[in-house]
Design a protein around this ligand. Structure first.
Ligand code: ADP
Ligand code: ADP
Length: 229
């Protein structure tokens, strides 16, 4: 069954449609890459799924629950979605453990439970024992892993990535690709991953949705995706 469904989704910011009547299903536990050049509407799709933008037309469903149509939108914090951006958006004045614990504290999870869950997700992203490290001592790749851990700690069933590797150098990118695959396998979350990098999309996803000018041209398994000569 589909965990996320967008139906006839259109988003206009001015005359032009950033998204133009897109319909797409995301199966539970699937890993979909949204691939396409800058400006084709990838981030807009992600923001509509997360609830940061309202649709101009069409709707967003999670399972059979309506998340958004032009009249009514469930707010982002009520959608139970984890988001990881290109810029890590970590709090520089907090240490690693405090950054990762933040979503749990915001939800009033018991203090006794927090340390264990923070330790477990830091383990999962390869930052075992980094709790008291300061953000400014970390490399870009380590910061992106902290952002990933902060997203994972909340146990979201849906995780949205917006070009999370864009600011990292080559060798870090390949180690993060492995980390993302591992996270997908271990959490079984439904992942939507925005990138303009074809190699990254093909390496990571079990389905690639190719976008152009606000439309999805094709959505298929990596081995079935048409490759331009
Ligand atoms: P991508 O993520 O594929 O680079 P975006 O979804 O960011 O593309 O943008 C799609 C189009 O919508 C672009 O032409 C962009 O300039 C426009 N756009 C996106 N967000 C806004 C906004 N808040 N206001 C006006 N135009 C926007
Ligand atoms: P991306 O790196 O995914 O392409 P951008 O850097 O284009 O994203 O956009 C970053 C933010 O700015 C997003 O929130 C997007 O909605 C907004 N944005 C993009 N294009 C425009 C625009 N033409 N006018 C206003 N806001 C925009």
């Amino acid at each position: 069954m589909s965990e996320i469904r967008v139906e006839g989704l259109t988003k206009r910011f001015n005359e032009t449609a950033a998204l133009n009547a897109v319909s797409l299903d995301f199966a539970a536990g699937s890993f979909t890459a949204l691939l396409g050049p800058s400006g084709c509407g990838k981030t807009t799709m992600l923001r509509l799924i997360a609830g940061f933008e309202a649709p101009s037309e069409g709707r967003v469903l999670f399972g059979d629950e309506l998340m958004a149509d032009p009249q009514r939108q469930v707010p982002p914090e009520a959608r139970g979605v984890g988001v990881v951006f290109q810029s890590y958006a970590l709090w520089p004045h907090m240490d690693v453990g405090e950054n990762v614990a933040y979503p749990l504290k915001a939800r009033h999870v018991k203090r006794s439970e927090i340390a264990g869950r923070v330790g477990a997700v830091l383990d999962m992203v390869g930052l075992n024992g980094f709790e008291s490290r300061r953000i400014e001592e970390l490399s870009g790749g380590q910061r992106q892993r902290v952002a990933l851990a902060r997203c994972l700690v909340a146990d979201a069933r849906i995780i949205l990535f917006d070009e999370p590797l864009a600011n990292l150098d080559m060798h870090l990118r390949s180690s993060m690709v492995d980390a993302f695959r591992d996270i997908h396998r271990r959490t079984g979350a439904t992942i939507v991953y925005v990138t303009h990098d074809q190699a990254e999309a093909l390496a990571l996803a079990d389905r690639v949705a190719i976008m152009s000018r606000g439309k999805v041209l094709q959505a298929a398994a990596p081995q079935e995706v048409y490759r331009a000569p």
